[in-house]
Ligand binder design. Structure first.
Ligand code: CDP
Length: 207
């Protein structure tokens, strides 16, 4: 069985951590699709038109060292609302999802648009305050001078744009399991996700 796991949810809910841990536990490849939108948004900040940026994205663009900044996150969510930009990025994501050996993809529209056939789907969420506190800690830890209120306002603005857009809005797939990580530490959230994958597919972790 080729296992595909789709993980969606709002900003800083813990998707990345859970995705990497699931990929490791089940021996799957992992794609952070947010990085693709961030790299596209990053190029628009240099003046490249959004659609051209999406169509000519390279592996090097995904390696840029400033993709995690709040400015790039905002630019990502702006380009992500453009239907042609999303269309230009679909094939790469679907090909990754179908790779031999299976894959975990995380983003906003994985369970609904990119991999509606995924064997397991999660919608990972947490309260606004918990998400803002996590992202604030991350940003301060990587040397950014930001205050908690600004981080919270940024997350809310981005979530609102991601949920309200007409093209592939952020929404839980009908068959997604919602994982609220507000009161869970990383280990508890990862363990809950691993158990659910095994429960749904019968596949046991390889480590
Ligand atoms: O890490 P965080 O959850 O804050 O954001 P991200 O996953 O890196 O995504 C950055 C932005 O890209 C999001 O706010 C969305 O606007 C967009 N995105 C999307 O539209 N669809 C995806 N599959 C992944 C990201």
């Amino acid at each position: 069985m080729r296992l595909t796991i789709a993980i969606d949810g709002p900003a800083a809910a813990g998707k990345g951590t859970i995705s990497r841990a699931l990929a490791d536990a089940f021996g799957l490849a992992h794609l952070d699709t947010g990085l693709i939108y961030r790299a596209t948004g990053r190029r628009t900040l240099d003046g490249t038109p959004a659609l051209e940026a999406a169509r000519t994205l390279t592996a090097e663009d995904l390696d840029a060292d400033d993709l995690r900044t709040p400015e790039v996150a905002r630019a990502a969510s702006v380009v992500a609302a453009i239907p042609d930009v999303r269309a230009a990025l679909v094939d790469f994501q679907r090909a990754f999802a179908r790779r031999q050996g299976g894959a975990v993809l995380d983003g906003r529209d994985i369970g609904t648009v990119i991999c509606p056939e995924a064997e397991v789907k999660f919608f990972v969420t947490a309260s606004d305050d918990v998400r803002a506190a996590r992202r604030h800690k991350e940003l301060v830890g990587t040397g950014h001078d930001v205050d908690l209120e600004t981080v919270l306002a940024d997350l809310r603005e981005r979530d609102a744009r991601d949920s309200a857009r007409a093209a592939a809005p952020m929404i839980a797939a009908d068959d997604a399991v919602t994982l609220d990580t507000s009161d869970m530490d990383i280990d508890a959230a990862v363990q809950a996700a691993i158990s659910l994958v095994t429960e749904k597919t019968g596949v046991t972790p390889v480590r």
